[in-house]
Design a protein. Structure first.
Lengths: 195, 195
């Protein structure tokens, strides 16, 4: 059973993730977190000695949740279907949130890249892991003849990550899934994806 | 000749653009600006009654500068060459800054999309204008047989904007032009661009 302390920590991480995704790390204040959770200031600082540590813990937690989502989305009969299912899952999860908040990793990349190395390195490693995982699916799809084979799998994987981040940016600005959906549909044509 | 007031306003806009691009809008304080410019607080508030107004003025100025850069980059003998030249110019300008700061419009998109409608609308309009301009070049390149014609010009234009923003994000995280350069090179293959 979770202890009282664990429950408090969990609540802080969940609320902080929601607020940071929407407002950004810098604009999120300790008072915001106290107001949202009812957790006392002393208790907050007991679990997270600084706002930076809380921010990095939120990123770690978001990474674990994203990786779970990612592996679920990449489960299908053929590698080509895995890619299609992943594109659909990304559009669907962001549509459900009304395109509020966007991608916490992309947001952190643009907000913190030049401000704090630890945040930049975290997000860089996450995108690298994502690219490597997509690369393995693409390589398998190339073997199956479901994706063009004249370009390296890692190059195509990186193109997916860029389209994903650029697409979420445009969809979030317009609060409309069209740019992201169209981005993936066009990418499917570019990849010559059969699924 | 510029008045003293105009010179002060100009200096404020130039410095604010540099700091906001690097640190983000929220993390940029009035004290940062005073320290960077030596302009007195009263004078700053005379020119820009609020931080929001300064931020929007910085975006307008960045838009004007970007549009000038954009039109220069899009000047070449054939539409296909215009596209290649534009890709090279984007990599070059960001390499020169050491991939510090990235794209102020993309940064603002992710930082302010859900926080302030005026900022979101500004960036959305800018990306729309950029897409429309690229669309006209692509349509001409399609006429010339320099770009694949089986996908609509506006769809391809939007794909360029997404790759650009996603590519700048990755290059900025790694302080390395490779992701952006590779993104454009791959896009050229996808577009079947001949220039």
């Amino acid at each position: 059973m979770a202890t009282k302390g664990e429950i408090t920590k969990e609540r802080l991480l969940t609320e902080a993730a929601l607020i940071i995704r929407r407002k950004g790390f810098t604009a999120t204040s300790v008072s915001d977190l106290i107001a949202a959770t009812g957790v006392k200031k002393g208790s907050l600082y007991f679990h997270f000695p600084s706002k930076d540590e809380l921010g990095l813990a939120v990123l770690e937690r978001s990474r674990d949740k994203f990786m779970e989502f990612f592996e679920n989305a990449l489960t299908a009969e053929t590698p080509g279907e895995c890619l299609s299912k992943f594109f659909d899952a990304v559009v669907s999860i962001h549509s459900k949130s009304g395109f509020v908040g966007g991608c916490i990793f992309g947001n952190t990349a643009l907000e913190m890249s030049d401000a704090d190395k630890r945040f930049a390195e975290f997000v860089d490693r996450l995108f690298a892991a994502m690219t490597t995982r997509l690369e393995s699916v693409i390589a398998a799809a190339q073997e199956y003849g479901q994706v063009r084979a004249d370009l390296p799998a890692d190059t195509l994987a990186q193109q997916i990550v860029m389209t994903l981040e650029g697409g979420i940016m445009l969809a979030r600005l317009r609060k409309d899934e069209t740019p992201l959906r169209l981005g993936f549909d066009t990418l499917k044509v570019f990849l010559e994806l059969e699924s």
